[in-house]
Design a protein around this ligand. Structure first.
Ligand code: BV8
Ligand code: ZN
Length: 236
C-alpha cells in the first residue's frame, strides 16, 4: 500500500524518533554527480572500478586524480533545500539520527549535527603508513613518506564499526525511517531499510526512480529531494 505524502507528513509529525538514510541523490541538486546516475561517470570509469583498495594499489595516481576531481566539485557545491530540510527536522525532534552514505560534507554544512557517516569523508586524507588524518590538500604524501589515501570506505572495506552500530541501533528503535536519494544497492547500508520495516517503523522513500525497496516501503514518493523534503516537514 503506497500511502500519501499527507500520511508521510503526519507520521513524521507524530514520530518520537526518526532515522534518515541518505545517498548521493540528496546532493545531486547541489551539482555533485551521483554514482549510478547519468552524470555519475568519470572518463567512463564506474565507481566500483575506482573506489577499491586494488585500484589504488594498481594506479594510485589515477585514483587520486578522481578524488581530487570530486573534491573540487564538493568545494564548489552548496547545500540544497533537501539538506536544510533534514537539518530543520533534526531540530524539532528529540530522537533523531541522520545516517548518510555520502562522503561529502553538505549535511554538516547545512547544520545537521547528529550524523552517522557510514562511508567516511572525502575531504579527509589518511596516510596508509602512519594512519594520520588531515584535511585533504594537494600533497600526495605524508610527512612520514607514506602515500595519502582519501578517508572513505572503499568496496571490500569494512564500514566504521561505531558509525554502523549507531545507525543500526537508531533504525531498530525509530518510529519512521526516511530514505532519500539512494539506489539502495550498496550493502550493508541498504540493509538498514528492511531492518526498519522488521522493527515496525514506517518507511518513507523519496527518489526520482524506483528502487529494489520501493514496493515494500509504506510510502514511496517520486520526485526531487530538494522539492519533496521541505514539503514533508511537519508544520513546526
Ligand atoms: C563491505 C565511498 C565487507 C567511496 C562507497 C554482492 C551482493 C551484496 C553486496 C556485495 C556484493 N558484492 C560485494 C558486496 C559488498 C559491497 C556492495 O554492496 N557492493 C554493491 C555494489 C553490490 N559493499 C562493500 O564492499 C562495503 N563493505 O561489505 O565490507 C567487509 C566486512 C568486514 C571486513 C572487511 C570487509 C563497502 C561499501 C561502501 C563503498 N563505498 N563510497 C567513495 O565515495 O569514493 S559506496 C558509494 O555508493 C557511495 O558511498 C554511495 O553513497 C553509495 C550508494 O550509492 P547511492 O548513494 O545510492 O548513489 P547512486 O548514484 O547509486 O543512487 C543515487 C540515487 O539518487 C538514485 O536512485 C537516483 O534515482 C536518486 N536521485 C538522483 N537525483 C535525485 C535523486 N533522488 C531524489 N532527488 C534527486 N534530485
Ligand atoms: Zn604518515
Amino acid at each position: 500500500m503506497n500511502a500519501s505524502k499527507e500520511d508521510a507528513r503526519s507520521w513524521l509529525g507524530n514520530a518520537q524518533s526518526i532515522a534518515v538514510l541518505t545517498g548521493a541523490g540528496v546532493s545531486a541538486e547541489s551539482g555533485i554527480p551521483t554514482f549510478r546516475g547519468a552524470g555519475g561517470l568519470w572518463r567512463n570509469f564506474r565507481a566500483e572500478d575506482l573506489a577499491t583498495p586494488e585500484a589504488f594499489a594498481e594506479n594510485p595516481d589515477l585514483v587520486r586524480e578522481w578524488y581530487q576531481w570530486r573534491r573540487a566539485a564538493v568545494r564548489k557545491a552548496a547545500p540544497n533545500p533537501a539538506h536544510y530540510a533534514l537539518a530543520k527536522l533534526e531540530r524539532c525532534k528529540r530522537g533523531f539520527l541522520l545516517i548518510t552514505q555520502n562522503v561529502d560534507d553538505l549535511h554538516e554544512r547545512a547544520g545537521s549535527r547528529n550524523v552517522a557517516k557510514l562511508h567516511g569523508a572525502i575531504m579527509i586524507d589518511r596516510c596508509i603508513q602512519c594512519q594520520r588524518e588531515r584535511e585533504a590538500g594537494d600533497q600526495d604524501n605524508c610527512e612520514c613518506g607514506g602515500r595519502l589515501r582519501p578517508g572513505v570506505v572503499w568496496f571490500g572495506e569494512a564500514l566504521p564499526e561505531r558509525e554502523f552500530l549507531r545507525a543500526a541501533a537508531a533504525v531498530e528503535k525509530c518510529d519512521v525511517l526516511l530514505v532519500v536519494g539512494t539506489s539502495a544497492v550498496v550493502y550493508p547500508a541498504a540493509g538498514l531499510i528492511p531492518s526498519a520495516t522488521f522493527h515496525r517503523a514506517k518507511v518513507i522513500e523519496v527518489n526520482l526512480e524506483e528502487t529494489p525497496f520501493s514496493a515494500n516501503v509504506d510510502c514511496s514518493l517520486r520526485g526531487l529531494a530538494g522539492e519533496i523534503l521541505p514539503d514533508l516537514l511537519p508544520d513546526s
